[in-house]
Design a protein around this ligand. Structure first.
Ligand code: PLP
Length: 414
């Protein structure tokens, strides 16, 4: 039977009891059993972000200019912090969005409209040239705007293949994409070379730093060798970075930045032909949760530079420890991951079977394909879970080795 509204509203306790029951069989993210979807820096800061979110629960980012001036100030400061972090020029501009997907979709829209104007063709559709490892959000953007996507196989090091990407460019190419890092392999594409290619071919380069943006600069400051990926590289026109990933801010929160105010000016939607008056919004979302903006401002201020650098260092150590144990279990890490995303495979054991074995042992197995392997995106949630993970991984490996089951049919899904 289809559910309908309860005839009379339930009380607080009844509601929470039902929700607790409904989620009783959810995966246990608090104990690090999920290698994606949820992030942790530290307990105290998590609480400050949550408190700020709840305090501004009712405010609406849409009303920032006319009603919620304080919220607007917080939003502007969050964006300034991001522009400083990514070494954007003085003339740069950015926007606060609901997530990496929205940041990418609006960047593609800005790039398309920029190209339409510059090339004097208001109907230009064009194509996006990206490594095969780029996030599906670029394909979503292309679907929405009827653009063509050209996904180019990655090089043997699982990073963008510059020569192959150049081959894919033609007169209708609008954008080149590089990831810092890409989600599947955790590798940072050669952004400096992509920047040179973009300049040589007079194209817009978007850097997708959704997952890496708020950890990579701090990992570098903590002493790790991290390839360059930001606006200090000529040719980078826009950069997306998600606060709700390794910025540890409450969801939904992401940022999108442009090298110049002129480029940023192609993002907003300016609508005037309706009875409600001129409606100008930079984002796809109209109403936006005030809590996300306040939560981000509070989290950035609670962490501070020192907090992010220390946490990045700790997370890099967690990733190193996982990598060491994974390799000691006879598995091969795919490529050379730059941050705390790690994918690994096996030359002898069917990783589909290992993945199913991990699921049976209470883990949500993150997976990757080409080659098929397990995938981890590690934060402080996973530090205490490492020994259990490796123990279960070894037992799933033994089981897969002895059972000889092949291709049990799991495919990769996000
Ligand atoms: C997470 C992610 C995105 C999309 O972000 P959402 O917040 O999930 O919409 C885009 N690119 C990369 C590399 C990501 O890891």
């Amino acid at each position: 039977m289809r559910k309908s509204l309860p005839a009379i509203g339930l009380n607080h306790d009844a509601i929470f009891a039902q929700m607790t029951a409904m989620t009783a069989h959810d995966a246990d993210w608090r104990r690090g059993r999920i290698p994606l979807y949820v992030f942790k820096g530290n307990e105290t800061v998590g609480e400050i972000g949550r408190d700020a979110f709840v305090r501004f629960f009712n405010e609406n980012g849409l009303g920032g200019k006319r009603a919620f001036l304080g919220l607007k100030k917080m939003e502007d400061e969050v964006l300034e912090i991001g522009m400083t972090l990514f070494r954007a020029p003085g003339d740069a501009a950015g926007y606060f969005t609901t997530g990496g997907s929205e940041s990418i979709i609006v960047a593609v829209k800005a790039c398309r409209d920029f190209a339409r104007k510059r090339r004097g063709n208001p109907r230009l559709r064009g194509n996006l040239v990206m490594p095969y490892s780029a996030h599906p959000a670029f394909t979503k953007a292309a679907m929405l705007m009827d653009l063509e996507t050209r996904r180019v196989p990655v090089a043997t090091d699982y990073r963008a293949d510059i020569a192959a990407m150049e081959q894919a460019i033609d007169g209708d190419t609008l954008m080149l994409v590089g990831s810092a890092p890409c989600f599947p392999y955790g590798t940072i594409d050669p952004i400096t070379e992509l920047g040179e290619l973009a300049q040589r071919r007079d194209l817009w380069l978007h850097v997708d730093a959704c997952v890496g943006g708020y950890i990579a600069p701090f990992a570098a400051k903590a002493g790790y060798a991290i390839p360059e990926f930001d606006f200090s590289i000529p040719g980078v026109m826009s950069l997306s970075a998600d606060l709700h990933k390794f910025g540890f801010c409450p969801k939904p929160a992401s940022t999108i930045f442009y090298r110049s105010a002129d480029a940023a000016g192609f993002q907003p939607f300016d609508v005037d032909d309706w009875p409600g008056g001129r409606f100008t919004t930079a984002t796809i979302a109209g109403t936006r949760p005030g809590g996300a903006i306040a939560g981000a401002w509070a989290t950035l201020h609670a962490m501070g530079e020192e907090g992010y650098v220390n946490t990045a260092g700790q997370i890099m150590e967690v990733a190193r420890a996982y990598r060491r144990d994974v390799e000691a279990s006879g598995l091969q890490v795919i490529g050379e991951p730059d941050l705390s995303i790690l994918a690994f495979t096996s030359r002898e054991v069917d990783m589909h079977a290992v993945s199913e074995g991990m699921a049976r042992r209470g883990w949500v197995p993150g997976v990757v394909r080409q080659p098929f392997g397990l995938h981890l995106m590690l934060s402080m949630l996973h530090a205490p879970a490492r020994e259990d993970y490796i123990r279960d991984l070894r037992s799933a490996l033994d089981e897969a080795r002895t059972s000889g089951i092949h291709r049990v049919g799991t495919d990769a899904s996000y």
